[in-house]
Design a protein around this ligand. Sequence first.
Ligand code: TRH
Length: 374
Amino acid sequence: MKLDLFCRVVDNYGDIGICWRLAKQLVREHGVAVTLYVDDLVSFRRICPPVDVAADRQLIDGVTVRHWRDQHGVYMPADVADIVVEFFAVDIPPGYIDAMAQRQPRPVWFNLEGLTAEEWVEGCHRLPSPQRQGLMKHFFFPGFTDKTGGLLREAALEQQRLQFDPAPFLRQLGLTPDELAATRISLFCYPHAPVSALFDVWRQGDAPLVCLVPEGVAADAVRAFTGGEGRAGEVATRGALTVRVLPFVPQPDYDRLLWACDLNFVRGEDSFVRAQWAGKPFVWHIYPQDENLHHKKLRAFLQRYAGDLPGLAAFALRWNGAPADGAPHDWAGLWAALAGERAAATVRAAEWQRQMLAHGDLASNMLAFAATLR
Ligand code: TRH
């Protein structure tokens, strides 16, 4: 079984982060021969250091990685895989589509869409969409219910998490014994998050708190706090708060960071899902969209996740610049309400994990659907 996956990096690391995770899992757990076409090897290398940015074709972790340079490639029917996946409705090269039409049997063709908790997804998941030359494409939506494709999750993930010992990992990242003993928070967000306001609250807290920030994240607020340049290894303590800048770690280490913290601030899509598998409380900074469409998506998720966690819901809304009726107006009050729910949020995280596991994982669900179309 061969599968070709087309990924265009729109911005940041989520597009390639998701495609890379899916590609590896299909190879490792399902024995599929995967070719990942990706247009931006520099971003890819940030989450996967073995990537050679000059190579047109390379093999990494069993996945054939092809640099997708332009739309002009010439393809033969024999070049086309059994399953073709376009991520986020990218335009597959026209020559490749011609070759798909000539191939016998025709490949299964999916558009793998973005994750949202909104209800309409259930009606669109698996819908066919006729294409030129008699080809048929199907929508495949990740999601949080059994009427969607589910979430990406590797079979061994939970086992790895349970066997993980945070102390050596954190020491390796430079944490001191005092920092190891403090409440640990990882911070990954977009530049517009109100990080400085939160740092002010944390400084004034009565218990030590260490905030671990990958290099380049919340750069202005981090520089203002540390007084330095925001480089990896930089650390500063003011009041109860220590801010430590971490290197931007390879993708598997990012999971470990989430496992090692008491609370995780995550963003976009992939880190958001990984925080759910980490089984720890988290706050989501959603990717901003025009006309505040993202607020609707955030509310849809919070409705599913945080019905019994009003402090978490209010904090997440305000973190994303959305109104939160009846919530405290200041960050001190919002933080107090969130922190007060820590025990309940930890219970909820585990319960949610169990609920999500029941829907199977996205890679397996995708292959099962493909089998019904062949
Ligand atoms: O980086 P993101 O904001 O990515 C995306 C893209 O912007 C995309 O265009 C948009 O559609 C999507 O968000 C919603 O956030 P995300 O999705 O969490 O991806 C980050 C990836 O980077 C994820 O795979 C984890 C990885 N990562 C590391 O490997 N090491 C690190 O140190 C960190 C902080 C992240």
